[in-house]
Design a protein around this ligand. Structure first.
Ligand code: ADP
Length: 605
């Protein structure tokens, strides 16, 4: 760690109280652009000191008048010096803010990318468990708030503190009583700020709570607008939306009311340094204890310190927003992520082995959704998972794709525990298509190409033909270049599914998991799709979850799940003989519910 980093960490460490200080968090982000930020602070310091030069020049001119030795040349000289002081001030202030903004926006970019990486590496359940509104608000609004400490608070506060301390030291050197007199407004304004802070925290906490809530309700409202319209939900969802907005307005006003009186009082008193220096200075002058020149410089410098002091107060109100933003972002960045192996292990074959898997979504094994699952999906075979809704089929598929880690037991691919396979390698090994197909708001071609970014247009078109979507894509307004809209909302469920199957075909991984992937496909296309899939899955391990049992009838092995446990396994014929649950599911599938238990078995076989 170099010296600058040590300095940043030290400053942060000094600010650490009981919990992780927001100053420490801000500095830990600032370290990423430490040189630029340091240069920005130096320029800011030069800028504020240059800002004092005009005051000093005014003093010199007054001094010359008092001494009676004023000349036009001297006036011109000090006026020029004052103008130069202003120019230097604005030049260095400009350089400082440019550097601090460049650093800040680079850091914000890094934070947003880190958040995106964290969400990808976190267990899927974590991201799915958070409201979209909250995540959007953190990635967009909270991260944006961090611009304040990085681009403004660090350079401006450091330079203003330096100036205030320097002016105070200089006044102490001239006359310590005048220096203390300059500070007379600090305890008065400080008391007002302290009273304000008494309710500030609780009111601000309420404001933040309602702000998060209103964010999530707005997202829910927009996402659910179709249902709200269809069911004329004026009394439930719409009211929820209106109430959320009203509560947000009330809590914002309550917070504002609790602070504005004290804030305004403090802000008007703090810069009124004349309240102290003028009477004290005059008393000292009348008693002959201060020279007229020193009195004038004290008055002028006390005025010069007003601007920098006021810059501080601008951040008092923002301090809580900054604190919340930094804590929220830092908490999200610290989200526990799935361990990622750095070993480059060779996976010899695509056999999947589930060894004594037990799993609960909340980590509490009293709420297990899978218990003692022990089975093998042999290499290059077609295995199907069937069972009643909620029996755990999708959970098994998600665990194999490592969207979550198992609580007990292990999953092996080619004999290697999936936790020892790097996440990117595992993603290469597995293609996972679910019924909740998500398409990005780009062209159909680009959506398919996500399966293999290096694929040529011809390869994309071939994959689309195999997935039975070439025909309908060609009929779209711009064919393969048609933009599919947000989340693919310009396409039907079946069309989206076929595009995601084309994506999977293009990916060409050795393990293919289809979780109700053809559920929305019409019967005509489904049979074509089945043929394509069985042709494509040669030499691959195919794991299919399907309600329509006819689509998995030819599987090499069918595993029947019930209540999170394996009820039975075997081929279609074996299960019809041996597994009552499968047998019943099959009968209800082919619509032969009225058959008698004995006769139906014979007929079906
Ligand atoms: P299936 O695919 O057989 O319909 P699932 O694997 O989706 O069943 O679900 C198995 C059980 O896990 C169900 O009781 C379901 O409510 C529960 N479950 C599924 N997903 C989640 C989740 N993200 N968080 C908590 N519980 C879940």
């Amino acid at each position: 760690m170099n010296k600058i980093m040590v300095l940043f960490y030290f400053l942060g460490g000094v600010a650490v109280m009981k919990k992780k200080s927001w100053i420490k968090i801000a500095l830990s982000f600032a370290v990423q652009c430490k040189w630029k930020i340091l240069l920005s602070v130096i320029c800011a310091i030069i800028g504020v000191f240059a800002g004092i030069v005009p005051y000093w020049c005014a003093y010199k001119i007054i001094e010359l008048f008092v001494n009676g030795s004023i000349s036009l040349n001297q006036i011109a000289y000090y006026c020029l010096a004052a103008v130069s002081g202003y120019a230097v001030r604005y030049l260095f202030h400009g350089i400082s803010t440019t550097l601090s903004h460049l650093s800040a926006y680079n850091i914000l970019e890094n934070i947003r990318l880190s958040l995106a990486r964290t969400f990808v590496k976190a267990p899927l359940g974590y991201v799915m468990g958070e409201s979209v509104g909250k995540l959007k608000s953190i990635i967009v609004d909270r991260v944006e708030t961090i611009e304040l400490p990085l681009a403004h608070v660090i350079p401006e506060c450091i330079s203003n503190i330096t100036l205030s301390i320097s002016v105070f030291a200089y006044l102490t050197f001239i006359d310590w009583r005048m220096a203390l007199a300059m500070l007379i407004t600090v305890p008065i304004a400080g008391t007002s700020y302290m009273i304000m802070m008494k309710n500030f925290n609780s009111e601000y906490a309420k404001y933040m709570e309602t702000s998060n809530y209103v964010n999530s309700v707005i997202v829910e409202y927009v996402e659910g607008i179709e249902v709200i319209k269809a069911f004329n939900q004026s009394t439930t969802s719409y009211n929820k939306f209106v109430n959320a907005i009203k509560t947000f307005r009330n809590s914002t006003l309550a917070w504002y009311k609790s602070v504005w009186k004290y804030m305004n009082f403090g802000n008007s008193v703090l810069p009124s340094t004349f309240l102290g220096v003028l009477p004290i200075g005059l008393i000292l002058y009348v008693n002959g204890q201060i020279s007229p020149q020193n009195l004038v410089i004290c008055l002028i410098l006390s005025l010069g310190v007003v601007g920098p002091m006021m810059n501080f107060t601008n951040y008092i109100n923002e301090a809580k927003a900054i604190e919340y933003a930094l804590h929220d972002v830092s908490n999200e960045l610290e989200t526990p992520v799935l361990s990622d192996s750095e070993k480059d292990i060779e996976i010899k074959d695509n056999t999947i082995e589930l060894k004594n898997i037990s799993f609960s979504y909340d980590g509490n094994l009293d709420n297990k959704v899978l218990s003692d699952i022990d089975c093998i999906f042999k290499k290059n075979e077609f295995t199907a998972l069937v069972g009643p809704s909620g029996s755990g089929k999708s959970t098994i598929a998600r665990l194999i794709a490592r969207f979550w880690d198992t609580n007990e037991g292990s999953i092996l691919i080619g004999g290697v525990d999936i936790r020892d396979i790097s996440i990117s390698k595992l993603n290469e090994l597995i293609s996972f298509v679910t019924q909740d197909t998500y398409l990005f708001n780009c062209s159909v071609k680009e959506n398919i190409r996500l399966g293999n970014p290096d694929a040529s247009d011809t390869e994309v078109f071939n994959a689309a033909k195999l997935a039975c979507c070439d025909e309908f894509i060609k009929e779209l307004e711009s064919g393969y270049d048609t933009v599919v809209g947000n989340a693919g909302n310009k396409l039907s469920g079946g069309e989206k599914q076929r595009i995601s199957i084309a994506r999977m075909i293009l990916k060409n991984s050795p393990i293919v998991i289809l979780d109700e992937a053809t559920a929305f496909t019409d019967p005509e296309n489904e049979s074509k799709l089945q043929q394509s899939l069985s042709a494509l899955s040669k030499g691959k391990l195919l794991l299919v979850i399907a309600h329509r049992l006819s689509t998995i009838k030819n599987a090499d092995k069918i595993i029947v799940l019930n209540n999170g446990k394996i009820e039975n396994m075997g081929t279609h014929e074996e299960l019809l003989q041996n597994c009552e649950l499968y047998h019943d599911m099959w009968l209800s599938h082919i619509g032969a519910k009225n058959w008698s238990a004995n006769s139906k078995r014979k007929e079906v076989l």
